[in-house]
Design a binder for this molecule. Sequence first.
Ligand code: FAD
Ligand code: NAD
Length: 469
Amino acid sequence: MSKKYDVIVIGSGPGGYVAAIRCAQLGMKTAIIERYPTLGGTCLNVGCIPSKALLDSTEHYHAAKEKFAAHGIGLKDLTVDLERMVQRKNEVVSQTVKGVEFLMNKNKIDVHHGYGSFLGPKQIQVAREDGSTKVLETDKVIIATGSKPIVPAAFNYDKKRVITSTEALNITRVPKRMVIVGGGVIGLELGSVFARLGTEIEVVEYMDRILPTMDPDCSKELMRSLKKLGFTFHLKHAVQTVKATSRSVTVTVQPRDKEETFEIKADYCLVAIGRRPFTEGLGLDKAGVQTDEKGRIVVNDQLETNVPGIYAIGDVIRGPMLAHKAEEDGIFAAETMAGQKPHLDYNLIPGVVYTWPEVASVGKTEPQLKEAGIPYKVGKFPFRASGRARASMDTDGMVKVLAHKETDEILGVHMVGPRAADMIAEAVALMEFRASAEDAGRICHAHPTFTEAFKEAALAATDNRAIHI
Ligand code: FAD
Ligand code: NAD
């Protein structure tokens, strides 16, 4: 039996479920289709939320082990129960996905569990797990099917010893050694989880620095901190093959500038070399929707595909693969469908790495400004000069403000430090309003807070006017 909707959203990640809510708020009769039993997509089930839950747990343990004594706190018999940590993580996920279910009900959005695929531009089939199917009719569609990890065939991905983030989130015994392929966001966040528990972490990164898309100062500062945590880095190295037995893995690695290879043996090999858009089984050809050479759905500035009325958002299209970007895309698509003129600037989507210290960044990096030939000035402030950071023993890292040399407009802000993930919001807000570095430097910041480091870096960029360095 067929049911007619104004809009059907395929995929219930942060892009899809947020788009569905905004569509419903705007008066559209809305349905969402999700292939898995729980809503929330990668982010809530196997991404942002579970990884942050484990990062928080292990941060507590590490602080207790390494920092409490300096604060004058003695602890006897400190132990780790990784099974309990994973269980708590699962509870956090379960509460969070239930929250999305509640929001679907509250907004009167029909939820259809099953595999969604196009029969035509306005007809979507839902194939349920029990083998039954139904067909839904709609005026418009939002594709929000997200992404999956990239794993080359030579890595012999077996989900047991050769794993991706999805499996790493469910390891319940602390490994002795783990090889991580890729010094990007996932590798460094999940590497931190296990390094804090005592696992020896070896990162093999193809490029000459970790976090190669972020500002080089962030790569340098974070690498220094992670080495202190016990990470070993093989930069400019490529993994050739990964071979697993039931108990271990052997990873063959080659330096990019040498012939001879070497082997690393470990309990696990975590592959974290990026993600690819997921459109398998979606029947894009039946709707006539085009993809590009990377498999991303092609959209115009309105996030509409080549087929009128079919939109696409989040990880399945261009732009950073981030939950908050997917959400903004979702709101943008819903409001555009409703005839509004929303605003979305990918340059001002912040990027955060939830290591400790945290890394946060918005706008242009120094190499990007150089390449574009934009004249700029730099202001930096180290956390070791912050009273707040000394009080909490979090003196690693710095804030860096890049401003236009002539107009003083803030063009980029890059931070490595305590609570950088939260602090970057101020920089984003100021940049949305096209503030100058002097504007940021003249705003009163509470003392003592970590945020003073941003004010000081802005003052340093203005005219070398930082007060505390
Ligand atoms: P997804 O969240 O991938 O959701 C897509 C949904 O569509 C899935 O539920 C899928 O089952 C469903 N689907 C696909 N095809 C079909 C179909 N044919 N029919 C029905 N359903 C379908 N981002 C951040 O911003 N911050 C973080 O801290 C962060 N941490 C992360 C940690 C990890 C370990 C990982 C893997 C990712 C992390 N990300 C983080 C990235 C973030 O999860 C993604 O950018 C985000 O989930 C993308 O949202 P989306 O809605 O586009 O797609
Ligand atoms: P990534 O793009 O962040 O990092 C991949 C890294 O692997 C890069 O440094 C790259 O140079 C390296 N690499 C690529 N191929 C390689 C190879 N063959 N050998 C060695 N190194 C290689 O990708 P990711 O860490 O897998 O994360 C995937 C996506 O998930 C990212 O787009 C990220 O934005 C998102 N994510 C975000 C967060 C967050 O916002 N905190 C957390 C986790 C994941």
